[in-house]
Write a protein that binds this ligand. Structure first.
Ligand code: SAM
Length: 291
């Protein structure tokens, strides 16, 4: 099988199947031969593992995954790709294509049906236009996934991996840290893709927690993330002001809750840790006057 990182091979395949790459589906295929083996290695998969891939394209990363894992299931939305993948993946009997939108497919049922009790990793060069919805879906649904190793835009990688309580953190950094331990592994230059995107990319790995590092009051995760999103909706204000505006709560109530939680009322949203937000959430739930 000719190499799928070879531009003339890619062009010949595209011509044979009358396939033009779609910007709308975020199709930038990897052509640097060093990148896919590095992603597959970084994911820690091996014999016994199941891999969920999102967006196989013509299969350049898929083949590296199939060489290492027991079984690879790739979810692809582009209805024009199955004939190309049938040719490029013909040598692998541990590959299965699911032609669906990853944001709509029933992932819990798919993982149970395809992988049973095997440990499961997610591995992908993600379509960048839906990076956050995909990752949040994978994390929030508490799917039986051990780790997620994905290529994303570099700026997104930095935000996703930023530690809560630091200047680089955004609301999504708190969600990622709640569900996993993230790590930015390496960056990838635009010339490693066909066509070359305008941005630099990076590969991150999220090791999914068995249990989250903090416990919101009454296990109210939705309330915790609602509070964090409200705080970050006005990043330049103090956390107290932003929460008061975002949740339509009287300023005095939020200030009192901050004090009850032992937090300086001048703190900005990104200066609070995940634990601080949990403590603030608890304090905000107390009836006014009982602080
Ligand atoms: N894995 C290939 C590679 O690394 O060269 C292709 C990666 S390309 C950046 C993103 C892939 O995701 C494309 O194959 C694209 O068609 C697919 N894709 C885009 N939106 C999708 C969605 N909602 N569900 C599933 N796949 C999607």
């Amino acid at each position: 099988m000719p190499s799928l990182t070879d531009l003339s091979t890619i062009r010949a395949l595209c011509a044979k199947y009358d396939f033009a790459l779609s910007k709308g589906f975020g199709q930038n295929f990897i052509i640097n031969p060093g990148v896919c083996p590095r992603i597959a290695e970084a994911s820690g998969i091996g014999p016994g593992w199941g891999v969920l891939e999102i967006g196989p394209g013509i299969g350049v990363l898929t083949e590296q995954l199939c060489r290492r894992a027991d079984k690879v299931v790739s979810v692809e939305v582009d209805k024009r790709l199955p004939p190309l993948l049938a040719e490029t993946m013909a040598g692998f009997d541990n590959f299965k294509l699911v032609l669906q939108d990853v944001l709509k497919v029933d992932l819990r049922a798919l993982l149970a049906e395809e992988f049973g009790d095997r440990p499961v990793a997610v591995c992908a060069n993600l379509p960048y236009y839906i990076t956050s919805p995909i990752l949040m879906r994978l994390l929030e649904e508490k799917l039986p996934i051990r780790n997620i190793t994905v290529m994303v835009q570099k700026e997104a990688a930095q935000r996703l991996c930023a530690a809560p309580g630091t200047r680089e953190a955004g609301a999504i950094s708190y969600a990622v840290a709640y569900y996993s331990t993230p790590k930015l592994l390496f960056t990838v230059q635009p010339g490693s893709f066909y066509p070359a995107p305008k941005v630099t990319s990076a590969v991150i790995r999220l090791d999914v927690h068995d249990t989250p590092p903090v416990t919101p009051p009454d296990g109210d995760e939705a309330g915790l993330f609602c509070l964090i999103r409200a705080a970050f909706s006005q990043r330049r204000k103090t956390a107290a002001n932003a929460v008061s505006n975002g949740l339509s709560l009287p300023k005095a109530q939020v200030l009192q809750a901050m004090e009850t939680a032992g937090l300086d009322v001048r703190l900005r949203p990104e200066q609070l840790t995940l634990e601080d937000y949990c403590t603030l959430q608890t304090a905000l739930r107390r009836p006014v006057g009982n602080n």
